[in-house]
Design a protein around this ligand. Structure first.
Ligand code: BJW
Length: 247
């Protein structure tokens, strides 16, 4: 078997990324010992119930993360850049599905990208449904730019119990892909954690995990590569492009 299974130039590739890919850019993961959930409780900030009960606390949590994301030292790293390179140079479709709400993939140059858990730099009006770019702080007194009402804006993110975004497009791509890469995710949160099984059940894709350590679902993958994303992702992408350029 060649690198990437029986992958041929032009075959479709789907990549799933999680918080681990942005860790070396200075953004915390969720479930590591120094992660976000070690400092705040999920049920206080990442459910619709938490937002209804205490919108100020939830806005404060996302405002702080929005400010941090725009600090000068937070930049795409070599792993984000390698995935953008893969999209540019692979002679077939490459769909990048990220659970991350940061914008580091876009900044690195990825274009065929789905933010299945939403985007930190956007806000959504719960009244008129309009989604707006929102780089600054958000509060109860921020009026919706479309309908003008206050106390209706929320972060454009997917909380527990809510439906992730663009699932039909994601499942169609998973069912048709020849290679599925899962990068920097612990495999704790569904539906993303079930994507590897979807590829195995519905499709014929070769599945590879690239993560710092074995994830919850590591044994479900055909191949696992463990190490920091800034090392293992550029290395894997380089080998994949070289192998198929030489083929
Ligand atoms: C490195 C590294 C380095 C570190 N290099 N790697 C019971 C059973 C099954 C499911 C459920 C259940 N009860 C409820 C559910 C559903 C629920 C769920 O999954 N709960 C589980 C906790 C059990 N899911 C939902 O509610 C979702 N909606 C849903 O299911 O709708 C119904 C539906 C069903 C079927 C189809 C379609 C729809 C919504 C989930 C929303 C998640 N939201 C959050 C927060 C919002 C965004 C934000 O604030 O940022 O999204 S939670 C948080 O976890 C965030 C992340 O995107 C998500 C995943 O985390 P991720 O990315 O995996 O991070 P970590 O920290 O967990 O892992 C990082 C990894 O990186 C680690 O492995 C490290 O080792 C590694 N790493 N440094 C490489 N340098």
């Amino acid at each position: 078997m060649t690198l990437g299974g029986d992958l041929k130039p032009g075959d479709p590739i789907v990549i799933l990324t999680g918080a681990g890919i942005s860790k070396e850019s200075g953004l915390a993961t969720f479930r590591d010992a120094d992660g976000i959930w070690a400092k705040v409780r999920v049920e206080d900030v990442a459910t619709p119930e938490a937002f209804r009960a205490n919108p100020v606390r939830v806005h404060d949590f996302y405002n702080a993360r929005r400010r941090q994301l725009q600090e000068a030292h937070v930049e795409p790293n070599a792993a984000h850049q390698a995935l953008a390179r893969l999209e540019r140079e692979w002679p077939g479709p490459v769909l990048l599905v990220t659970q991350n709400i940061d914008d580091l993939h876009e900044r690195a140059g990825s274009r065929n990208l789905i933010h299945m858990h939403g985007e930190l730099l956007r806000g959504r009006c719960e009244d008129c449904g309009t989604v707006h770019d929102w780089p600054g702080d958000m509060s109860l007194s921020s009026p919706c730019p479309a309908c003008g009402r206050s106390s209706v804006l929320r972060p454009h993110v997917v909380w527990f119990g809510e439906m992730p975004l663009e699932m039909d497009r994601i499942y169609a791509a998973l069912d048709n892909c020849a290679l599925f890469l899962s990068i920097g995710t612990s495999g704790n949160v569904y539906p993303a954690a079930g994507f590897v099984q979807e590829v195995k059940l519905q499709g014929t894709g070769h599945t590879v995990e690239l993560n710092l350590e074995p994830s919850e679902g590591a044994t479900l993958f055909d191949e696992t590569i463990h190490g920091p994303a800034t090392r293992v992702v550029p290395d894997y992408v380089g080998r994949l492009l070289n192998a198929h350029a030489a083929a």
